[in-house]
Write a protein that binds this ligand. Structure first.
Ligand SMILES: Nc1ncnc2c1ncn2[C@@H]1O[C@H](COP(=O)(O)OP(=O)(O)OP(=O)(O)O)[C@@H](O)[C@H]1O
Ligand SMILES: [Mg+2]
Length: 883
């Protein structure tokens, strides 16, 4: 058990029995109690202060209370091994084989033991490697937060937080522990992960009355929730399992959440297990009625059950996902968790920002226009004054571009002294400064052109015309404006009024040439791309036109405000460009799309994108993006490029398509064969296959399947996301299963009546036939194309399937044939078997056409709200994971 899990375990007891004093002795406070205390009492109780803890004290608390983790990603070989035996079937089989060993059937029991050992070892290696890959992903990802310790601000891994730490949180931050708020600047948190309530909760340092419920704790920020607006400072009062979030996460199980693939497989396995259970009971009874030895009957029926249940499947899916993450890493796409590959495959709608994705992202100043709409170098001065960057190259891209402009050095910036700043924010979309200069004290504003114009007393018609022209040409334009401000000492948003229009700054950010091809690729993947930007609609529309992205409709933030939640999904459906939107709008759009049942990806790199990144099914950011965005994202692109994103989607869908191949194999011949063996045992005077032979058959079959993840996938199976549908799978089973059995009985009839086979020949012949039908059927069902040879399988799959048949054919000639109960087949068997297998495959091929044509295996899924919530909690919890 990891430290986090241990902390969780220990807490549950403490919370139940501990007194407030006892908790203080341990060095933490329940958030409900801390919320009622004044800040200085909280500081005193936790022996901390505004300057934070000393490093030695942090270490002491860390070792006493453990990591601030609710998950562990330590891989324990022992745990993986134990899990291999968790199947009751294997246990029963081992017991039965042991009994059989002592009762007399020594060789058979030994053979069973050997085969089981190989199977278990194989499952172990697969699963262990996949788990290691998953853990390696977690090792590489760090979620950090700025913390004040011993008076200095340092960036600390969230799992290293201890009670008493002083933490700064801002827009988009996931609150890293239960915090008692000490200072706020319009701080609001989205606590829906805990309460299910999506309305943001305003925070304030004042204590709340005793007995206040968790969802009303205005003086605290709760672990796992997201800062929806503003910023603040808080002191950690409780970590890990001592928090409400920690308890919820523990309730979901300490391990990482199951993926939809895995859940689908588990249900599928369960379905097969039920069938196997019934079958086993029936065979057992039949064999008893026929007075066969009990132990033989037990072993035979258990072996059949093992043959039907797909033990290896979950491990193989995890291994495929792990291989997928490696493939993507080579394309410079980093996923934070294995499940992300699967989520990428599910994407139906992509919201993307404009700058850097559709455009180059390198802004350069091209024109400065005066109020008369004509070039005017003087306008640049205002741009340099209302500017948060310095010549050193920090600040936002637009401000940097102004400093980099050719005329910048010549501007008399030095003649002005800044006395106040109202920083840029994505809601206001402007920045203002207060400067003292040759004309006295001035307020200078720079921001979104039409919005700044609206604050001006009077804007010349020529300037408006110039703006419209530049926007239509795809230029990014901001306006500058100013007014004298004698006596003003600081600026608030209300001071940005009665301005005198100063001019326009026009920037060029040309479309990315290769974005066009990437957009086409996303379209063939059935993904609808929507552009979401804080920029002017005309600019976004222009870029779309240049890249060939058809624009169905345009909505601005102001228009969105007038659309209620019920009407929003329809509005989104008919819109391609969302412009002049705020960070909140971005998140609201994502929420609405998800609520309408679509799988949403959001691509963005700014602080203003963090909320939407959290809200999306899969958040994607860029290596060069802001820390908050990178922290919020599930996937990081090392290069901001839509094409690699298309790779990610393809990879996710490829893995799913290949997983379905296993399932269809399992439900067709494999199931049919086991069913036939069971049936045959009722009317034959001997067992149609020995238990050890069934297990060997199953082992070879399993081994041949390992090549499936390498298989090629037809384009039609990649064209849209696919989801599990158990009913469809059952339909396959009820069609292909009996079809396979039909051929088995034909084989039995031929073996017995025409070839006069005795028990040993019968088993040898059927061993080969059953393995050939089980493994070769993959070529027919791996593709919807007919005839199947028009779609080429991967070489590894071809070799594995043919190899399995060859091995089955060879075994009777090997020295092990004796102990295994086989004998070489007479020459006439060969053409007969070849004919049977060919006829079987032909029939599968014909049946598959009708089955695939009417199949809805690719049906879009309906999502249960509870599952969505659970998934989000798992995802949030994954960021608090330690070894
Ligand atoms: N440094 C700045 N000073 C003044 N105004 C700015 C500045 N940066 C951006 N703006 C204005 O605010 C608008 C929105 O910018 P913001 O960065 O919020 O957009 P965004 O959603 O990130 O857009 P994109 O899709 O281009 O990344 C810009 O179109 C511009 O008009
Ligand atoms: Mg941006």
């Amino acid at each position: 058990m990891g430290e986090g899990a241990r902390a969780v375990g220990r807490t549950t007891g403490t919370v139940a029995v501990g007194t407030a004093e006892a908790r203080r002795d341990e060095g933490w406070l329940p958030v409900t109690e801390a919320a009622t205390l004044p800040v200085d009492r909280v500081h005193a109780a936790l022996r901390t202060g505004p300057a934070g803890l000393a490093p030695e004290e942090v270490l002491r608390r860390r070792s006493r209370l453990g990591a601030n983790a609710v998950r562990t990603h330590r891989v324990s070989a022992v745990a993986v091994l134990v899990r291999q035996f968790r199947s009751a079937l294997l246990g029963l089989l081992l017991v039965a084989a042991t009994v059989s060993y002592f009762v007399g059937e020594r060789t058979d029991a030994l053979v069973i033991a050997v085969i089981l050992t190989i199977s278990v070892g194989f499952g172990f290696v697969n699963e262990y490697r996949a788990e290691r890959a998953g853990a390696a992903l977690h090792e590489r990802i760090r979620h950090t937060v700025p913390v004040t310790r011993a008076g200095r601000i340092e960036v600390v891994d969230v799992v290293d937080l201890v009670p008493g730490d002083v933490v700064r949180i801002e827009l988009g931050t996931v609150v890293p522990a239960d915090l008692r708020i000490t200072e706020t600047h319009r701080l609001e948190c989205d606590e829906s992960v805990l309460t299910g309530e999506s309305v943001a909760v305003a925070k304030d340092p004042a204590p709340v009355p005793a007995g206040t419920a968790l969802d009303d704790l205005a003086s605290c920020a709760l672990m796992g929730t997201v800062v929806r607006a503003g910023s603040g400072l808080g002191v950690v009062v409780a970590t890990a399992g001592h928090t409400a979030f920690g308890r919820i996460a523990a309730g979901l199980g300490g391990r990482q959440g199951e993926t939809e693939f895995q859940r689908g497989l588990r249900r599928f396995s369960l379905m097969l297990a039920r069938v196997a259970g019934v079958l086993t009971a029936v065979i057992f009874v039949i064999n008893l009625v026929l007075h066969r030895p009990v132990i033989d009957a037990v072993l035979f029926s258990l072996a059949i059950a093992v043959g039907i249940t797909p033990q290896l499947l979950p491990a193989i899916v995890t291994a495929s996902l792990a291989a997928g993450t490696r493939t993507l890493a080579r394309r410079r796409v980093l996923v934070k968790r294995l499940v992300c590959v699967e989520d990428l495959g599910n994407v139906e709608v992509l919201f993307t920002d404009k700058t850097g994705t559709l455009t180059d992202g390198r802004l350069s100043l091209t024109e400065t226009l005066g109020p008369d709409g004509r070039p005017d170098a003087h306008v640049l001065l205002a741009g340099l004054l209302a500017n948060e960057a310095t010549t050193g190259g920090d600040g936002n891209p637009m401000d940097q571009a102004l400093w980099a402009a050719s005329g910048a050095a010549a501007q008399p910036v030095a003649a002005y002294r800044r006395v106040g700043l109202l920083p840029f924010d994505h809601q206001r979309r402007r920045v203002s400064v207060l400067v003292d200069g040759p004309d006295g004290r001035m307020l200078v504003t720079k921001g979104a052109a039409e919005e700044v114009m609206a604050l001006c007393r009077d804007v010349p018609e020529a300037a408006r015309r110039a703006l419209d022209e530049r926007l239509a040409g795809g230029g990014r334009v901001v306006a500058v404006a100013a007014r004298p401000a004698p006596g003003l000492t600081g600026i608030g948003p209300d001071d940005e009024r009665d301005l005198t229009f100063g001019g326009l700054l026009v920037f060029l950010d040309p479309p990315k040439p290769d974005a066009r091809a990437a957009l086409d690729r996303l379209a063939t993947l059935g993904i609808s791309v929507k552009v979401i930007t804080g920029d002017h609609p005309a600019v976004a529309v222009r870029v779309c036109a240049q890249l060939g992205l058809p624009v169905a409709g345009v909505l601005t933030g102001a228009e969105l405000a007038g659309i209620d939640d019920a009407a929003l999904p329809a509005a989104i459906e008919s819109t391609t460009v969302f412009a002049r939107v705020s960070p909140e709008d971005k998140a609201r759009l994502v929420h609405a799309q998800r609520a309408a049942g679509r799988d949403v990806a959001f691509l963005g790199d700014g602080v203003n994108d963090a909320l939407a990144l959290h809200a999306a099914d899969i958040g994607i950011s860029v290596a060069g993006g802001t820390d908050v965005a990178k922290d919020a994202a599930d996937v990081l692109l090392l290069e901001k490029d839509l094409d690699v994103l298309a790779d990610g989607v393809t990879e996710g869908r490829r893995i799913f398509a290949n997983t379905i191949k296993y399932v269809l194999m399992g439900t067709s011949s494999n199931f049919g064969n086991m069913f036939s063996a069971a049936g045959a045992s009722a009317f034959l005077s001997f067992l149609p296959m020995l238990p050890s032979q069934i297990l060997l058959n199953n082992l070879i079959y399993d081994l041949s399947q390992v090549a499936i993840p390498t298989d090629r996938v037809d384009a039609d199976q990649l064209a849209r996301p696919a989801h599990w549908d158990l009913r469809e799978i059952r339909r396959f089973m009820l069609t292909f299963g009996p079809l396979s059995s039909l051929f088995d009985f034909l084989t039995f009839a031929l073996l017995l009546s025409v070839l006069h086979a005795g028990p040993v020949e019968f088993r040898s012949g059927w061993f080969v036939e059953s393995l050939a039908t089980q493994t070769l059927v993959v070529f027919a069902i791996r593709t919807h194309t007919s005839p199947f040879w028009r779609s080429r399988p991967s070489r590894a799959l071809l070799l594995a399937a043919l190899g399995a048949v060859a091995v089955a054919w060879l075994i009777p000639y090997l020295p092990v044939a004796g102990p295994l109960g086989f004998r070489p087949l007479p020459a006439v068997f060969l053409p007969v078997l070849v004919g049977l297998v060919a006829a079987y495959l032909a029939l599968v091929e014909v049946t598959k056409r009708t089955l695939f044509a009417s199949s809805d295996l690719l049906r879009p899924r309906r999502r249960e709200p509870a599952a969505v919530h659970r998934r989000r909690t798992h995802r949030r919890a994954a960021r608090f994971s330690s070894r």
